[in-house]
Design a protein around this ligand. Structure first.
Ligand SMILES: [Zn+2]
Length: 236
């Protein structure tokens, strides 16, 4: 009997308090999540995963650290829907939305499975403890979890850590700042990544310095290869 009551009750609650589309604020249909269908269809997808060897993105890492495969799901444009989504994910607690959207990408990646088929483990770029306490969650982990679940690949949060900053960055030049960032990541479980292909996940790809630092640490610790996926990258 309860089986029949539950969906009806949920539908009734949705009727009273409909969830709104993150993009256009229209009430969502029962089957829609985060975005209404028109907003979802109009997402500025990069299509990177269909052409990952023909992309300028990898140049960010060229000569610094070998990245096997790099893709961002969406273009981030000022004032656009992706900026709104990222802001919500980072600062307004919409972590489930992060996971949901990441799973949409995961399903696409699965279809183009030549790029993700070798990945053994998925990690989010860690936050340092104080930031994690302040925010209450790590958005990169929620994105990583969404990808991991949809791809059927293990997701770990206990492999890579971000240590506290030891020095203030304010009075340092660019190189010194970079050196400082480089030292903040540490692999705490080397065994679990030994020889493995690790996918590192973050919310937005900007300079690539953070992801580069993670990749370097992972490779130093003995992992076989590193690939990178972010939810968004600056628009063309
Ligand atoms: Zn909408």
């Amino acid at each position: 009997m309860f089986r029949f009551i539950r969906p009806t009750l949920n539908e009734f609650i949705d009727l009273l308090f409909p969830q709104l589309c993150f993009g256009c604020d229209k009430p969502l249909e029962f089957s829609e999540k985060v975005l209404c269908t028109p907003c979802r269809i109009n997402l500025p997808e990069t299509g990177h995963h269909c052409e990952p060897y023909d992309q300028n993105l990898l140049n960010k890492f060229a000569g610094k650290v070998p990245i096997q495969f790099l893709a961002s799901y969406l273009y981030f444009n000022k004032g656009g829907i992706v900026q709104k989504l990222i802001h919500g994910i980072k600062y307004k607690g919409y972590k489930e939305a992060a996971k949901e959207i990441a799973s949409w990408y995961g399903h696409q990646l699965k279809l183009e499975n030549r790029f993700v088929k070798d990945i053994d483990v998925i990690l989010g770029v860690p936050l340092h403890k104080s930031r994690l306490q302040q925010r209450g969650y790590n958005q990169a982990d929620w994105i990583a979890d969404g990808l991991a679940e949809s791809l059927g690949i293990p997701f770990r949060t206990d492999v890579l850590i971000r240590q506290q900053f030891k020095a203030s960055q304010t009075h340092k030049n660019r190189l010194e700042r970079w050196e400082n960032v480089k030292t903040v990541f540490a692999v705490v479980d080397k065994e679990s990544i030994k020889g493995k292909h690790v996918l590192v996940v973050d919310d937005v790809l900007t300079t690539g310095a953070t992801l580069e630092a993670c990749a370097q640490e992972l490779l130093k610790a003995g992992c076989g290869a590193v690939s990178v996926i972010t939810l968004a990258v600056a628009g063309k």
